[in-house]
Design a binder for this molecule. Structure first.
Ligand code: ARG
Ligand code: MN
Length: 316
């Protein structure tokens, strides 16, 4: 049986709104409300954060708090890589979505010869680089970090030399060069992208299962098709950004977008996808209780976390 370890990353440096570092603890509060023993059952590893940088102005305008993001991603990479080397299954609970790049780097570092794919359940494509970012917020960049994509063809920002050097260091966490091919990414629920990201999606023929498609085809079929696209991958990482959920469920996340997945769709999708034996890591991000009422997002997110973990255990 594969053993699970929780990895807690209370980092929110890369988000544009404050509060995502409180998401993990909001899910713990949700678990208490349900009298769940979830957080008793799995021993957590805590990755140190650099959130105190937020009291200062950001140094790099196209890669805000990038020096801290680099430090945190490197720590996440090492933690995940150590767990994978021991054959453990990391469930990563994180603040902002930039951590996913550290997670991916860690998975790859432990198994450099295995082909890694990702299922990215999100409202956003998170495929910007400092050259194209509209905001400078690095939670919009993890897939560019993981695939070592600059997207110079769509360059919008004239970036400073220091930013360029930092970006090179971030792309080299774990190992130099790409950890994944863009072709080995599958999107679910992506509905808020910029033209620079649309260019990459088109260029690499990346499939996005829209909310409408999930509703039409059903979760089983979409999961089957997603896994079929990744048939040549040896390992699969699932990244679940709670902003994939519809805003009617909750706005307790930094960048909410309407027309998202229902709670049931997201729950069933994760339950189904994690059954694939190649899935080696699952991550949940962007719960922000400071933007919420009555901890709604964390309650929903915890339900998904618990059900997905149960599915993983049942299908070991
Ligand atoms: N993980 C997220 N919530 N990402 C939101 C990114 C939004 C936008 N594309 C940006 O780069 O600023
Ligand atoms: Mn995201």
């Amino acid at each position: 049986m594969r053993k699970i370890r929780l990895v807690e990353v209370r980092s929110e440096l890369a988000a544009g709104t404050r509060g995502a570092s409180l998401g993990i603890d909001a899910m713990k509060v949700a678990s208490l409300g349900k009298h769940s023993d979830f957080f008793l059952r799995f021993q957590p590893i805590r990755v140190k954060n650099e959130n105190d940088l937020l009291f200062q102005e950001p140094k790099f305008k196209n890669a805000k708090y990038g020096e801290g993001v680099f430090t945190v991603l490197k720590r996440v990479c090492d933690a995940v890589s150590d767990l994978r080397a021991e054959g453990l299954f990391p469930i990563v609970l994180a603040g902002d979505h930039s951590t996913a790049a550290g997670t991916i780097a860690g998975i790859k570092k432990a198994d450099p010869d295995k082909r890694l794919g990702a299922i990215w359940i999100d409202a956003h494509a998170d495929f910007h680089s400092p050259y194209t970012t509209p905001s400078g917020n690095m939670h919009g960049m993890p897939l560019a970090m993981a695939t070592a994509t600059d997207n110079i063809e769509c360059e919008q920002n004239d970036i400073e030399e220091e930013t360029e050097a930092l970006w090179e260091r971030i792309k080299s966490i774990g190992m130099r060069g790409p950890k994944m091919k863009p072709e080995d990414i599958v999107f679910i629920g992506v509905r808020d992208t910029e033209p620079e990201e649309d260019y990459l999606i088109k260029k690499h023929g990346i499939k996005n299962f829209t909310t409408a498609e999930v509703t039409e085809k059903g979760v089983q079929q979409v999961s089957k098709e997603a896994m079929e696209i990744l048939k040549d991958c040896d390992q699969i990482y699932i990244s679940f950004d709670v902003d994939s959920l519809d805003t009617s469920i909750s706005v307790g996340t930094g960048t909410p977008v309407p027309e998202g997945l229902t709670k049931e769709q997201a729950l069933e999708l994760n339950i189904e996808l994690i059954k694939d034996k190649r899935v080696c890591c699952w991550e949940i991000v962007e719960v922000n209780p400071t933007l919420d009422t009555e901890n709604r997002m964390a309650n929903n997110a915890f339900e998904i976390l618990e059900a997905t973990t149960a599915s993983l255990i049942q299908n070991f």
